[in-house]
Design a protein around this ligand. Sequence first.
Ligand SMILES: NC(=O)c1ccc[n+]([C@@H]2O[C@H](COP(=O)([O-])OP(=O)(O)OC[C@H]3O[C@@H](n4cnc5c(N)ncnc54)[C@H](OP(=O)(O)O)[C@@H]3O)[C@@H](O)[C@H]2O)c1
Length: 252
Amino acid sequence: MDEILFHRYLIYSLFGLAGFVLVYSIFVPAPYGRYKRPWWSGPDLPSWLAWMLMELPQPVGFCICFALAEQQANLLALAFLSIWMFHYSYRTFIYPFLPRASSMALAVVAMGFVLNCAFSYANGRWLFSLGPSRDSSWFFDLRFILGLILFFSGWTLCTVSDAKLRRLRKSGEKGYQIPRGWAFRWVSSPNYLGELIMWLGWSLATWSLAGLAIAAISAANLIPRAWHNHRWYREKFPDYPPERKALVPFVF
Ligand SMILES: NC(=O)c1ccc[n+]([C@@H]2O[C@H](COP(=O)([O-])OP(=O)(O)OC[C@H]3O[C@@H](n4cnc5c(N)ncnc54)[C@H](OP(=O)(O)O)[C@@H]3O)[C@@H](O)[C@H]2O)c1
Protein backbone atom coordinates (compact mmCIF):
# COMPACT_ATOMS: atom_id res chain seq x y z
CA MET A 1 0.00 0.00 0.00
CA ASP A 2 1.43 3.40 -0.81
CA GLU A 3 1.87 5.89 2.01
CA ILE A 4 -0.83 8.34 0.87
CA LEU A 5 -3.39 5.56 0.99
CA PHE A 6 -2.11 4.39 4.37
CA HIS A 7 -2.31 7.97 5.65
CA ARG A 8 -5.88 8.33 4.38
CA TYR A 9 -6.98 5.09 6.07
CA LEU A 10 -5.29 6.19 9.28
CA ILE A 11 -7.28 9.45 9.25
CA TYR A 12 -10.53 7.58 8.59
CA SER A 13 -9.70 5.22 11.46
CA LEU A 14 -9.06 8.16 13.78
CA PHE A 15 -12.47 9.64 12.94
CA GLY A 16 -14.04 6.20 13.48
CA LEU A 17 -12.25 5.94 16.81
CA ALA A 18 -13.53 9.39 17.78
CA GLY A 19 -17.11 8.13 17.31
CA PHE A 20 -16.43 5.10 19.50
CA VAL A 21 -14.66 7.16 22.19
CA LEU A 22 -17.53 9.66 22.26
CA VAL A 23 -20.17 7.00 22.91
CA TYR A 24 -17.99 5.08 25.37
CA SER A 25 -16.99 8.20 27.33
CA ILE A 26 -20.60 9.21 27.82
CA PHE A 27 -21.05 6.07 29.92
CA VAL A 28 -17.54 5.54 31.30
CA PRO A 29 -15.19 8.48 31.95
CA ALA A 30 -11.51 7.70 31.29
CA PRO A 31 -10.11 6.19 34.52
CA TYR A 32 -7.66 8.80 35.77
CA GLY A 33 -7.89 11.73 38.20
CA ARG A 34 -11.23 11.78 40.05
CA TYR A 35 -12.53 8.80 38.04
CA LYS A 36 -9.60 6.49 38.73
CA ARG A 37 -10.92 2.96 39.33
CA PRO A 38 -8.91 0.36 41.23
CA TRP A 39 -9.94 -2.57 38.97
CA TRP A 40 -8.48 -0.80 35.97
CA SER A 41 -5.26 0.33 37.55
CA GLY A 42 -2.71 -2.39 36.87
CA PRO A 43 0.73 -0.97 37.54
CA ASP A 44 0.56 2.73 38.36
CA LEU A 45 3.08 5.25 37.08
CA PRO A 46 3.90 8.48 38.93
CA SER A 47 2.12 11.39 37.30
CA TRP A 48 5.27 13.08 35.90
CA LEU A 49 6.45 9.90 34.19
CA ALA A 50 2.97 9.04 32.91
CA TRP A 51 2.41 12.45 31.28
CA MET A 52 5.91 12.67 29.86
CA LEU A 53 5.83 9.17 28.32
CA MET A 54 2.35 9.70 26.96
CA GLU A 55 3.20 13.00 25.26
CA LEU A 56 6.74 12.15 24.10
CA PRO A 57 5.72 10.85 20.62
CA GLN A 58 4.30 14.28 19.77
CA PRO A 59 7.47 16.41 19.77
CA VAL A 60 9.75 13.52 18.73
CA GLY A 61 7.50 12.17 15.95
CA PHE A 62 6.79 15.63 14.53
CA CYS A 63 10.51 16.54 14.48
CA ILE A 64 11.34 13.25 12.71
CA CYS A 65 8.68 14.05 10.09
CA PHE A 66 10.20 17.52 9.68
CA ALA A 67 13.70 16.05 9.30
CA LEU A 68 12.47 13.54 6.69
CA ALA A 69 10.44 16.17 4.81
CA GLU A 70 10.04 15.45 1.12
CA GLN A 71 8.92 19.02 0.41
CA GLN A 72 11.42 21.82 0.55
CA ALA A 73 11.54 23.33 4.04
CA ASN A 74 10.29 26.93 3.91
CA LEU A 75 9.19 29.57 6.40
CA LEU A 76 5.68 28.13 6.58
CA ALA A 77 6.97 24.65 7.45
CA LEU A 78 9.12 26.25 10.15
CA ALA A 79 6.08 28.12 11.48
CA PHE A 80 4.06 24.88 11.77
CA LEU A 81 7.00 23.18 13.46
CA SER A 82 7.35 26.09 15.91
CA ILE A 83 3.64 26.16 16.81
CA TRP A 84 3.57 22.41 17.42
CA MET A 85 6.78 22.47 19.44
CA PHE A 86 5.59 25.49 21.42
CA HIS A 87 2.66 23.45 22.72
CA TYR A 88 4.32 20.04 23.00
CA SER A 89 7.54 21.25 24.63
CA TYR A 90 5.29 22.61 27.37
CA ARG A 91 3.08 19.50 27.54
CA THR A 92 5.94 17.01 27.47
CA PHE A 93 8.74 18.67 29.39
CA ILE A 94 7.10 21.25 31.71
CA TYR A 95 3.50 20.20 32.45
CA PRO A 96 4.45 16.72 33.82
CA PHE A 97 6.67 18.33 36.45
CA LEU A 98 4.05 20.71 37.80
CA PRO A 99 2.65 19.41 41.09
CA ARG A 100 -0.17 16.89 40.64
CA ALA A 101 -1.49 14.55 43.28
CA SER A 102 -2.75 11.61 41.25
CA SER A 103 -0.87 8.80 39.49
CA MET A 104 -1.92 7.14 36.22
CA ALA A 105 -2.41 3.51 35.18
CA LEU A 106 -0.01 2.08 32.61
CA ALA A 107 -2.94 1.07 30.38
CA VAL A 108 -4.09 4.72 30.09
CA VAL A 109 -0.52 5.84 29.36
CA ALA A 110 -0.12 3.13 26.69
CA MET A 111 -3.35 4.17 24.93
CA GLY A 112 -2.34 7.84 25.00
CA PHE A 113 1.13 6.93 23.68
CA VAL A 114 -0.22 5.01 20.67
CA LEU A 115 -2.75 7.74 19.88
CA ASN A 116 -0.07 10.44 20.09
CA CYS A 117 2.19 8.45 17.71
CA ALA A 118 -0.71 8.44 15.24
CA PHE A 119 -1.36 12.19 15.66
CA SER A 120 2.25 13.26 15.19
CA TYR A 121 2.73 10.96 12.18
CA ALA A 122 -0.55 12.03 10.56
CA ASN A 123 0.10 15.76 11.03
CA GLY A 124 3.86 15.76 10.43
CA ARG A 125 3.79 13.64 7.28
CA TRP A 126 0.84 15.58 5.87
CA LEU A 127 2.35 19.00 6.46
CA PHE A 128 5.91 18.25 5.39
CA SER A 129 5.60 15.51 2.78
CA LEU A 130 2.23 14.14 1.69
CA GLY A 131 -0.06 17.19 1.68
CA PRO A 132 -0.22 20.10 -0.76
CA SER A 133 2.96 22.13 -0.99
CA ARG A 134 2.24 25.64 0.33
CA ASP A 135 4.42 28.70 0.31
CA SER A 136 4.55 31.86 2.45
CA SER A 137 1.38 33.28 0.85
CA TRP A 138 -0.47 30.95 3.29
CA PHE A 139 0.58 33.33 6.10
CA PHE A 140 -1.94 35.84 4.70
CA ASP A 141 -4.78 33.37 4.25
CA LEU A 142 -7.73 34.06 6.55
CA ARG A 143 -7.81 30.38 7.63
CA PHE A 144 -4.23 30.59 8.85
CA ILE A 145 -4.71 33.92 10.62
CA LEU A 146 -7.97 32.92 12.32
CA GLY A 147 -6.57 29.47 13.12
CA LEU A 148 -3.55 30.99 14.82
CA ILE A 149 -5.71 33.36 16.88
CA LEU A 150 -7.88 30.42 18.00
CA PHE A 151 -4.86 28.24 18.72
CA PHE A 152 -3.13 30.73 21.00
CA SER A 153 -6.35 31.91 22.69
CA GLY A 154 -7.26 28.27 23.38
CA TRP A 155 -3.77 27.50 24.63
CA THR A 156 -3.91 30.42 27.07
CA LEU A 157 -7.38 29.49 28.33
CA CYS A 158 -6.31 25.87 28.80
CA THR A 159 -2.96 26.58 30.47
CA VAL A 160 -4.18 29.29 32.85
CA SER A 161 -7.22 27.17 33.84
CA ASP A 162 -5.02 24.13 34.51
CA ALA A 163 -2.74 26.30 36.67
CA LYS A 164 -5.70 27.68 38.64
CA LEU A 165 -7.00 24.16 39.29
CA ARG A 166 -3.62 23.02 40.56
CA ARG A 167 -3.40 26.01 42.89
CA LEU A 168 -6.59 24.92 44.67
CA ARG A 169 -4.51 22.38 46.59
CA LYS A 170 -1.85 23.05 49.16
CA SER A 171 1.20 20.81 49.01
CA GLY A 172 0.32 17.19 49.91
CA GLU A 173 -3.47 17.71 49.65
CA LYS A 174 -5.49 15.34 47.45
CA GLY A 175 -9.06 16.62 47.80
CA TYR A 176 -11.15 18.73 45.42
CA GLN A 177 -12.59 22.23 45.88
CA ILE A 178 -14.90 24.48 43.92
CA PRO A 179 -12.80 26.49 41.45
CA ARG A 180 -13.82 30.15 41.30
CA GLY A 181 -13.01 33.24 39.22
CA TRP A 182 -11.38 33.42 35.75
CA ALA A 183 -13.42 31.37 33.20
CA PHE A 184 -14.71 29.11 36.00
CA ARG A 185 -17.35 31.81 36.51
CA TRP A 186 -19.02 30.46 33.38
CA VAL A 187 -18.00 26.81 32.99
CA SER A 188 -16.77 23.91 35.10
CA SER A 189 -14.00 22.82 32.69
CA PRO A 190 -12.49 25.86 30.93
CA ASN A 191 -9.24 23.92 30.48
CA TYR A 192 -11.08 21.47 28.20
CA LEU A 193 -12.81 24.32 26.36
CA GLY A 194 -9.38 25.90 25.75
CA GLU A 195 -7.96 22.58 24.52
CA LEU A 196 -10.81 22.19 22.02
CA ILE A 197 -10.51 25.78 20.75
CA MET A 198 -6.79 25.22 20.36
CA TRP A 199 -7.19 22.10 18.16
CA LEU A 200 -9.94 23.73 16.13
CA GLY A 201 -7.47 26.55 15.51
CA TRP A 202 -4.78 24.08 14.47
CA SER A 203 -7.17 22.35 12.02
CA LEU A 204 -8.07 25.70 10.52
CA ALA A 205 -4.49 26.99 10.31
CA THR A 206 -3.25 23.76 8.67
CA TRP A 207 -6.52 23.23 6.77
CA SER A 208 -6.06 19.50 7.14
CA LEU A 209 -8.06 16.42 8.08
CA ALA A 210 -5.06 15.32 10.14
CA GLY A 211 -5.50 18.41 12.32
CA LEU A 212 -9.24 17.89 12.47
CA ALA A 213 -8.67 14.30 13.65
CA ILE A 214 -6.94 15.62 16.81
CA ALA A 215 -9.84 18.03 17.36
CA ALA A 216 -12.36 15.19 16.86
CA ILE A 217 -10.71 12.76 19.31
CA SER A 218 -10.15 15.55 21.84
CA ALA A 219 -13.82 16.51 21.56
CA ALA A 220 -14.89 12.87 21.92
CA ASN A 221 -12.79 12.65 25.09
CA LEU A 222 -13.35 16.02 26.65
CA ILE A 223 -17.00 16.91 25.95
CA PRO A 224 -18.34 13.90 27.90
CA ARG A 225 -15.66 14.35 30.56
CA ALA A 226 -16.67 18.00 31.06
CA TRP A 227 -20.27 16.82 31.45
CA HIS A 228 -19.21 14.17 34.01
CA ASN A 229 -17.10 16.76 35.88
CA HIS A 230 -20.04 19.15 36.00
CA ARG A 231 -22.41 16.52 37.40
CA TRP A 232 -19.71 15.41 39.84
CA TYR A 233 -19.26 18.97 41.17
CA ARG A 234 -23.01 19.40 41.54
CA GLU A 235 -23.39 16.14 43.46
CA LYS A 236 -20.37 16.75 45.65
CA PHE A 237 -20.94 20.44 46.47
CA PRO A 238 -24.53 21.52 47.33
CA ASP A 239 -23.40 25.17 47.06
CA TYR A 240 -21.98 24.71 43.54
CA PRO A 241 -22.83 27.87 41.51
CA PRO A 242 -26.13 26.98 39.75
CA GLU A 243 -25.60 29.34 36.82
CA ARG A 244 -22.33 27.67 35.78
CA LYS A 245 -22.42 25.44 32.67
CA ALA A 246 -20.28 22.37 31.92
CA LEU A 247 -18.23 23.46 28.91
CA VAL A 248 -19.75 26.19 26.75
CA PRO A 249 -20.79 29.41 28.53
CA PHE A 250 -24.60 29.90 28.69
CA VAL A 251 -25.19 26.87 26.41
CA PHE A 252 -23.89 23.47 27.63
N1 LIG B 1 -6.62 16.40 23.88
C1 LIG B 1 -7.14 15.48 24.66
O1 LIG B 1 -7.80 14.56 24.21
C2 LIG B 1 -6.92 15.56 26.14
C3 LIG B 1 -7.36 14.51 26.96
C4 LIG B 1 -7.15 14.62 28.32
C5 LIG B 1 -6.54 15.74 28.85
N2 LIG B 1 -6.13 16.73 28.04
C6 LIG B 1 -5.53 17.95 28.61
O2 LIG B 1 -4.65 17.62 29.65
C7 LIG B 1 -4.75 18.55 30.72
C8 LIG B 1 -5.10 17.82 32.02
O3 LIG B 1 -6.32 17.12 31.81
P1 LIG B 1 -7.11 16.48 33.04
O4 LIG B 1 -8.24 15.70 32.47
O5 LIG B 1 -6.16 15.83 33.99
O6 LIG B 1 -7.69 17.83 33.73
P2 LIG B 1 -8.42 17.99 35.15
O7 LIG B 1 -9.17 16.77 35.54
O8 LIG B 1 -9.18 19.27 35.09
O9 LIG B 1 -7.22 18.13 36.20
C9 LIG B 1 -6.16 19.05 36.05
C10 LIG B 1 -5.38 19.10 37.37
O10 LIG B 1 -6.11 19.84 38.36
C11 LIG B 1 -6.46 19.00 39.48
N3 LIG B 1 -7.86 19.35 39.78
C12 LIG B 1 -8.91 19.28 38.91
N4 LIG B 1 -10.05 19.74 39.49
C13 LIG B 1 -9.71 20.11 40.76
C14 LIG B 1 -10.44 20.65 41.87
N5 LIG B 1 -11.73 20.94 41.77
N6 LIG B 1 -9.78 20.87 43.04
C15 LIG B 1 -8.44 20.60 43.14
N7 LIG B 1 -7.69 20.10 42.13
C16 LIG B 1 -8.31 19.85 40.94
C17 LIG B 1 -6.31 17.57 38.98
O11 LIG B 1 -6.04 16.70 40.06
P3 LIG B 1 -6.35 15.11 39.96
O12 LIG B 1 -5.41 14.59 38.89
O13 LIG B 1 -6.05 14.58 41.32
O14 LIG B 1 -7.80 14.94 39.55
C18 LIG B 1 -5.14 17.74 38.03
O15 LIG B 1 -3.93 17.82 38.76
C19 LIG B 1 -5.84 19.56 30.33
O16 LIG B 1 -5.24 20.69 29.78
C20 LIG B 1 -6.62 18.83 29.24
O17 LIG B 1 -7.18 19.73 28.32
C21 LIG B 1 -6.31 16.66 26.70
